[in-house]
Design a protein around this ligand. Structure first.
Ligand SMILES: Cc1cc2nc3c(=O)[nH]c(=O)nc-3n(C[C@H](O)[C@H](O)[C@H](O)COP(=O)(O)O)c2cc1C
Length: 359
C-alpha cells in the first residue's frame, strides 16, 4: 500500500519526507532520525554556507547510511533601493529599541550581489559530498545545474503551488514534485505568481496536479498524521512532506518557546505575512506580524527584508520573547505532539495501516 514510485526513487520504506526547514531547525539528529525510521530526512540548507553544508552532510553520514535530502533556495532577481532599505529600517527601529539593539544603518546594497554565486557554490557542495537527494524551493534551477546534478545521479525534487508550476517542474526534469497547499507552514515556494489572494488548498491542488503531470507528487501542507498521509494518497499523491509535525519532536532544532507556541496554537492562529522576509510565509500570529500588517507591502523583497529583520528575529528568539520571532507553522497545530522522531513515524504508519485495513 505504501510502496510506490516515491519510495522506490528515494529508497525509503515509507513515503514520508521530513520537510527541509532552513534556519537551524533540521538538526543532524532530526534528519538522520527520520531516515533511520524509514522516511526521508532533509536538511534545510537555504541559509547555509557551503562549509556549514559540508559539515552537516558529513555529520549525518555518521548517523545514517540511508538516503537523505538537502534543500536549496533558488535565487531570484529582486528589486532593491537604498531608500526602501532606509524606510524599512525606520519602521523596524522601535522594535530594535524594545530589544535593546543598536540602529541598523550600515546595510549596503552590494551585500546582496553574490546570491547567485553562493547558490552555485552550494550546488558544487551537494555534488562533491554526494548527497543522494536535492530539493528546491522558490523556483527551478537552470538547465546546466539540472544536467550536472543528474550526471551525478542525484534525485531532484521541485516545489509547486499551482498546476502550472508543477508542469514547469516536470518539464525541467525534476523526478518528484512537492505540491504545497495554502495550509503549509513557512515560506510559499511559489515562483510564477506570488499573489497571496488565490492560494490553493491541498485538497484541490493534489488531484489537479496529478491529472496534469506524470512525475510522482508529494503533498505538503497541514499533514500531521496517518489520516493526512492516506487522504493525500487517496487524492493521487504518492507521498507527503511534513514540516510542523516534525518541529515539535525532541530532535528538532526549534527552541522550547517555538515548540510550546505550536503545541498551544489553534487552527485559526496562523497567518500569512511578508514582514519578516519580504516573501509570503505562514506562521503563528504575534506582535511583530500584527504591528507590521499595515506596512508590509512597502517592505523590500526577499532576501533584503530577511536580512533587515535577522537581528530582531535572532535576539527575540534568544531572549525567549515570542513577540518578534518568526514562528513558522502550518494550519494543523492542534495535531502537534511532543514525540521522538521514531515514535512519530511509528504512529503515522500505524494509523495509515489501520485506515487501509478498514477500507
Ligand atoms: C519552520 C519551517 C521552515 C520551512 N523551511 C523550508 C525550507 O527551507 N525549504 C522548503 O522547501 N520548505 C520549507 N518549509 C515548507 C515545508 O517544505 C512544507 O511546505 C510545510 O512544512 C508543509 O506544511 P506543514 O508545516 O503544515 O507540514 C518550511 C516550513 C516550516 C514550518
Amino acid at each position: 500500500m505504501l510502496n510506490n514510485k516515491i519510495t522506490e526513487l528515494l529508497q525509503i520504506q515509507y513515503p514520508i519526507i521530513q520537510a527541509p526547514m532552513a534556519g537551524g531547525l533540521t538538526t543532524s539528529k532530526l534528519v538522520a532520525g527520520v531516515s533511520n525510521s524509514g522516511g526521508l530526512g532533509s536538511i534545510g540548507a537555504g541559509y547555509m554556507t557551503p562549509v556549514q553544508m559540508r559539515e552537516q552532510i558529513r555529520e549525518i553520514k555518521q548517523l545514517t547510511s540511508n538516503f537523505f535530502g538537502i534543500n536549496l533556495f533558488i535565487p531570484n532577481e529582486f528589486n532593491i533601493s537604498q531608500d526602501q532599505i532606509n524606510s524599512a529600517n525606520q519602521i523596524l527601529q522601535p522594535i530594535r529599541e524594545q530589544l535593546g539593539l543598536h540602529r541598523n544603518d550600515n546595510l549596503e546594497i552590494p551585500e546582496f550581489n553574490n546570491v547567485f554565486e553562493v547558490f552555485n557554490e552550494q550546488i558544487k557542495t551537494v555534488i562533491e559530498e554526494r548527497v543522494p537527494v536535492c530539493s528546491f524551493t522558490f523556483g527551478i534551477p537552470s538547465r546546466e545545474v539540472i544536467r550536472e546534478l543528474k550526471k551525478h545521479n542525484i534525485i531532484l525534487m521541485g516545489t509547486a503551488t499551482t498546476v502550472r508550476e508543477a508542469i514547469e517542474n516536470e518539464k525541467a526534469g525534476m523526478d518528484i514534485v512537492v505540491v504545497q497547499g495554502s495550509e503549509a507552514g513557512g515560506h510559499r515556494g511559489s515562483f510564477i505568481s506570488e499573489d497571496q489572494e488565490n492560494l490553493i488548498g491541498l485538497m484541490s491542488l493534489i488531484p489537479q496536479v496529478v491529472d496534469n503531470v506524470s512525475i510522482p507528487v508529494a503533498a505538503a501542507g497541514g499533514i500531521m498524521d496517518g489520516r493526512g498521509l492516506m487522504a493525500s494518497i487517496s487524492l493521487g499523491a504518492k507521498g507527503v512532506q511534513m514540516g510542523t509535525a516534525f518541529l515539535t519532536c525532541a530532535e528538532s532544532g526549534a527552541n522550547e518557546i517555538f515548540k510550546e507556541e505550536i503545541l498551544h496554537a489553534h487552527e485559526d492562529q496562523t497567518v500569512l505575512t511578508r514582514s519578516f522576509s519580504g516573501k509570503w510565509a505562514r506562521g503563528i500570529k504575534n506582535k511583530f506580524i500584527s504591528e507590521m500588517k499595515q506596512v508590509e507591502s512597502i517592505f523590500p523583497d526577499y532576501p533584503v527584508q530577511n536580512t533587515l529583520t535577522k537581528e530582531i528575529r535572532n535576539t527575540s528568539s534568544s531572549l525567549e520573547n515570542r513577540n518578534f520571532m518568526s514562528l513558522w507553522a502550518g494550519q494543523s497545530p492542534r495535531l502537534a505532539k511532543k514525540h521522538s522522531v521514531n515514535s512519530l513515524m511509528k504512529k503515522i504508519i500505524k494509523e495509515a495501516k489501520k485506515i487501509n485495513n478498514s477500507n
